[in-house]
Write a protein that binds this ligand. Structure first.
Ligand code: SI3
Length: 289
């Protein structure tokens, strides 16, 4: 059974503090209404890389306290500070997170040896399994097939969150590592990723669009490709509109239209403007009502 995960958003207050009640509302909506299989906590959509260390701990605590054992949870603990990543890996493991994930270290153009050392260090002292978070469009770090193979030599490294439009590489990875977990990261490319045999998907737009994405996965599994393609088209109409309206703040504004208090994004992320608010209302009316 393929699994669908929402990349959990963090509700922030206007002053950049975490809005706990709003974050809990989004978790509940994902579990009770979207019926997702899991949540990816502390990822890009969660604005992890905007957060203080204390805020990361706060969000990890809120998510597992609210979700309990209702859905699978993956905690993204990667950080430019390896000591922080190791600390958070232990922190979330002690909280009970069944999986961890870590973004490839970025900014300093690390060598592959340094990247490999980062991953091996993160998992060394924790009794948990790690999913590599590969997102070259934001990190500038692309791993090759052989480099994934070297990382997988560590048995605690069990898969990849593959946010990459390189489908040649995806096919090569799937073919070479049939037993590794591959979760697709670009929501607008779910169908081609399914065709290449991914085990599921993690994404931002599933916060609003999980039912359609699940239906697409089911249609694909049933061999109804025409239906799956139509559902991908419908999803992509929504995703195009979200991207055009600035995706992260818009996801939160559309959540508000659904009666969920998603707070705002944390500066320097864009804050809602009257045009953006009007755009979000239109997105809700056109694609989700
Ligand atoms: O870590 C995360 O929050 C994600 O899962 C990121 C996810 O891959 C999203 N990518 C980015 C760059 O935000 C996608 O869900 C993306 O928003 C969507 O496909 C629209 O492009």
């Amino acid at each position: 059974m393929k699994k669908l995960y929402s990349a959990l958003m963090t509700a922030f207050n206007d002053d950049g503090t975490v809005n706990e009640a709003g974050t809990r509302e989004m978790i509940r909506y994902n579990i009770d209404v979207n019926k997702v299989d899991g949540l990816y906590v502390g990822g890009s959509t969660g604005e992890n890389f905007n957060m203080s260390h204390e805020q990361k701990e706060q969000v990890f605590k809120i998510a597992i306290d609210e979700a309990k054992n209702d859905v699978d949870l993956i905690a993204q603990v990667g950080s430019l500070d390896l000591n922080e990543a190791k600390y958070l890996a232990k922190f979330v493991t002690d909280l009970g997170y069944p999986h961890i994930s870590a973004v490839t270290p970025f900014y300093y153009n690390y060598t592959f040896e340094q990247i490999k050392n980062y991953y091996n260090e993160i998992v060394k002292d924790v009794d948990n399994e790690l999913i590599i978070y590969s997102i070259p469009v934001l990190t500038g770090v692309s791993l090759s097939l052989d480099q994934f193979a070297e990382l997988f030599e560590n048995p605690k490294i069990i898969g990849i969150k593959y946010t990459n439009a390189d489908f040649f590489l995806l096919e090569r990875v799937r073919n070479r590592f049939p037993d590794k977990l591959i979760l697709s990261g670009f929501d607008e490319m779910l169908l081609p990723a399914l065709a290449l045999g991914v085990d599921g998907a993690i994404g931002s737009t599933y916060n609003l669009n999980a039912k359609r994405a699940k239906a697409e996965m089911n249609a694909f599994d049933a061999g109804d490709i025409d239906k799956a393609r139509q559902l991908q088209k419908d999803s992509n109409d929504l995703i195009s509109a979200l991207i055009a309206n600035d995706i992260y703040p818009s996801l939160k504004l559309v959540f508000k239209e659904l009666g969920v208090n998603a707070g705002v994004t944390k500066r320097p992320m864009a804050q809602p403007t009257p045009e953006m608010i009007a755009g979000a209302k239109k997105i809700y009316n056109d694609y989700l009502k």
